[in-house]
Structure formats: C-alpha cells, structure tokens
Design a protein around this ligand. Structure first.
Ligand code: ADE
Length: 218
C-alpha cells in the first residue's frame, strides 16, 4: 500500500516511522511518502496559507497550495481516496480503518493553523475525516493516528506469539481486546484473576473471549 501524507511538518513523523508496527511494514507492505506543501507551492517565499476572508484569527491553508501539491505529485486529481483531516469530518473508527487498509493508495491532507480553505474539503478531498470530537492545533497528530492504525492492519505488521493475533481477530470482529495482566500476581492486594494462573488454556481462552465480548458490548 502507498500512503502519501501532505504536511507542513514532515519531520514530526520521524518518531512514528521508527516504531513498531510502522517500522516493520515500511519499505515492504507500506510505502509512506511525506510531502511538504512548501516544496510545491506556487506562491513566493514558500507561502502556503493566508488570512481568512471575512476576517478572524489565524491563517487558512490555501486551495491553490494544495491543488499544486496534488498536481505536482499525481499530475492532476488523484484517482484514489484523498482524506482531509478536519474536526468536521466523519469520525475515524476501527471499521473505517479496516476499509482504508484495503486501499492500494491513499492520500492524507493535513492542515495547520485554522484549517483548510473549505474548497479543499469540497473539491480536492474525497473523505473528510476527524479522529475525534475535539479540536487539535493541526492535522499531524491525526495523520499519525491514522497511519499507525492502518499500518498495524497490513500483512506482517503484528508479530507472532506476542498476543497480537488475538487483538487482531477481536478488532476484525469490530471488538476490543481482553484485559492483560503480568507479574506480580498480587500487588497492594490487587489480584490477577485466578483463571489466568490456572494453566488451563481452554478456560483462559473462554475467559478472554467473554471479557472481549463484554468490553465490546459496553
Ligand atoms: N484537525 C484538528 N483537529 C482535528 C481532529 N479532531 N481530527 C482531525 N483533524 C483535526
């Protein structure tokens, strides 16, 4: 899969790229490109944003800046999905992550400042997406959230024997994980559930399924 992230802060992604599972799939299952709007802006001095018409605080990412970035990268409007990260978008959930992880190519547009000129969302993007009902100062964190969530669904992202497979299948069913515990078996009187210490794999598996089902129902 190829994901192109358009941003003004490409270096913000350096940490994420070093982490599993992203680091595992980079260069194999995932080709991640970080593209800076400033490198293709048609405006002088690397300008990408402007004051909003009608006044108001903050700057708005310009439509011509984003159109130029897409033209320079794809030679015109891309044929694949273009996500604009905005608090007004469809809320990201595991079902949308699953859907996006099946795409061959994906473009993610992030904005800084007060956000996008609305024409970017209306005409250049196909999917406005929010990562939650709160407002962040830019689209970089949402883009990283989205890339991380998608990357862990790509083949080979989750290591064998780490317990990730159970997580994986719970997620596939739209559910949540069961609770995890590790040593010590008791701490300040807080005990690990007896079933996990029983060594009875069938009982443990049944308990985990039930916990996962109960969490999902909640
Ligand atoms: N940009 C600012 N806040 C956001 C959010 N909650 N989701 C996506 N993009 C954003």
């Amino acid at each position: 899969m190829q994901i192109d992230v358009f941003t003004l802060v490409p270096h913000a992604f350096a940490w994420l790229c070093e982490q599993r599972p992203l680091a595992t799939v980079l260069g194999s299952e995932l080709d991640l490109r970080l593209l800076n709007y400033r490198e293709t802006t048609p405006l002088t001095g690397g300008q990408v944003d402007d004051d909003p018409y009608g006044g108001g605080a903050g700057m708005v990412l310009r439509v011509d800046t984003v159109a130029a970035a897409l033209d320079a990268t794809y030679g015109g409007p891309p044929e694949h999905r273009v996500i604009a990260l905005t608090p007004q978008g469809r809320q990201l959930d595991q079902a949308l992550v699953e859907e996006l992880a099946t795409e061959e190519r994906l473009t993610i547009l992030s904005a800084r400042f007060e956000g996008f000129d609305e024409r970017i969302v209306e005409h250049l993007a196909t999917d406005p997406v929010s990562i939650g009902p709160y407002v962040l100062s830019g689209g970089e964190l949402p883009a990283m959230v989205m890339v991380d969530a998608i990357a862990r669904r790509l083949p080979g992202a989750l290591s064998e024997g780490s317990g990730d497979e159970e997580t994986f299948s719970a997620e596939l069913e739209g559910g949540f994980e069961y609770p995890h515990y590790t040593r010590p078996a008791e701490f300040r009187g807080w005990k690990v559930p007896d079933v996990l210490l029983s060594g009875d794999h069938a009982r443990i598996a049944a308990w985990r399924r039930e916990q996962s089902r109960a969490r999902t129902a909640r």
